[in-house]
Design a binder for this molecule. Sequence first.
Ligand code: M6R
Length: 604
Amino acid sequence: MCGIVGYIGPKQAQQVLREGLQRLEYRGYDSAGVVTIGDNATLLRAKGKVAELEQKIEEHPTTDGIGIGHTRWATHGEPSEPNAHPHHVGDIYLVHNGIIENYKDLKQQLEAYEFASETDTEVLAALIDSLYKRADVKLENAVAQALKLVEGTYGISVVSQKEPHKIVVARKGSPLIVGVGDEETVIASDAAALIAHTNDAIYLKDGEIAVCTAGNVEVMNLDEQPISAVVEKIETNLEAIEKQGYDHFLIKEIMEQPDTLRSTLSGRVVKEQNLLRLGGLNMSEEELRAVKHIFVVACGTASYAGQLASYYIEQFCDDVTIRNEVASELRYRSFNVPSNSIAIFVSQSGETADTLACLNEMKARGVRCLGIVNAVGSTIAREVDGGVYVHAGPEISVASTKAFTSQVSALLLVGLVMAQAKGIEPKVIEQYINEFDALPGEIQAVLDRHDEIRQVAERYKDYDNAIFMGRDTLFPTAMEGALKLKETSYIHTEGQAAGELKHGSIALVDDRFFEVAFIDEHRLFEKTMSNVIEVNARGGHVMVITNSTRDIDAETVVRIESQLQLLTPLVLNVVSQLFAYYIAVARGNDVDQPRNLAKSVTVE
Ligand code: M6R
């Protein structure tokens, strides 16, 4: 949830770190810091966003060519300057993502040290320092020995003035990428901070340590045995991680959806042959045919994508049952895995700690695991047996939008490829192919009406409570719409099955609430309308988002024109994405980096 960056080479490290931290700020933004090593070490830390740190950098510039930096999302200890990274203990400067679970025990053993922060990271710095003080111990030896004593997760980057020409990095459960350029080495927890410098990178694996000097990297394991590392190409470019004239990443990413969706579908939907194909599943036709149970495991928006896709898959694969599981729950509960099960893990970042833990559990049980992942090269993408990259491109705004649309589509492709193997009627495939064909255009038509949706948002921006509701495929759509509004606007919002309202929530209907109802002309129109009427009857403020042309009695009706019969939720969802965006802007919120959140949730 935090960001790590490091640099060693001919450039001014402070500037490289500053730019890197700006690019990583979406991963955590309550404090930030850098240290550079020259004749002296210059450690600068600030509470708040990277902009606060930048001011300090301007006041204390250095020309040093080596340094490490960090942007933090607080776990142990409040956001404050003493709790910000890098932590300095003895000869060690350390930045850390993850959680050291046994830090209290370790702290007790490190009696000689006085601690200035409440963090687990400072304890790890002290532990490394205590080992580094021994004769003939190099920085990498001390790091390896310390990490053997640690329980928990980490991505770390360490420097010392005693060895001012190297950065030692290591990972377990928290990503670290080492970019290898000409005479320079750049370290980051996310490719976004690397690609301005190089596209050649080593993705460290759990239990690996890298000793980085300018333009050179040596990798070893915790037993200090050398490992040969593979240098891979990062496929992203700088343009993809910039706002390109938009006010916020969120609106850029919402607007990109017709294109990102086409990327998801490209090469996988073969219209001429009425065929769907996926190269990366690594499952034979026979194995696909044998599947009877699917666990879909994810968190947040990705879990709503899973729930939405499941409605369709269980419809066209009538011998398959699907269990949707929120990863943070599944990982600690008892559950049974029937024979002929597979598990699908859905994640934009591919680094979500809870999702990853469930993946490890399923692998330990011998279940075939597939990934629906956006971030290429991420941990989940590497750990699964097969899967589908959704190819939505980098998603920087904390609120997930384009990833959702692509995740649902990619899950549907997996389901349909399975159904193909099971002998689904070609006309069903044809119908989905036609809908996929029309979907980007229909989404574009909604995006073109952004001004109208901005005006609707203006009408509802001052409420403090909202309920989103829908039935069938529009129930997960309602939950996703509610999450989007909640996290960007801070309006208290719940997503509900429309039929559930009268089992409790209708008691909330009053002048301080508004209700958003998703209604599909082709699915349960009258049923959902009756729920709208019930709310109207109690003086509720209802906004309907629909593809219907029928008369609808509601305070506000946003109608979209749609030829789709099946994939309507993905179009209606774009209306609620824009609605959430414009309300957040109208309320003056930090749209891309909402309070208390971070993009990639790498702690549980
Ligand atoms: O990277 P992931 O898709 O695994 O992330 C899952 C959730 O943390 C994420 O969808 C989160 O709920 C977003 N803030 C929603 O907009």
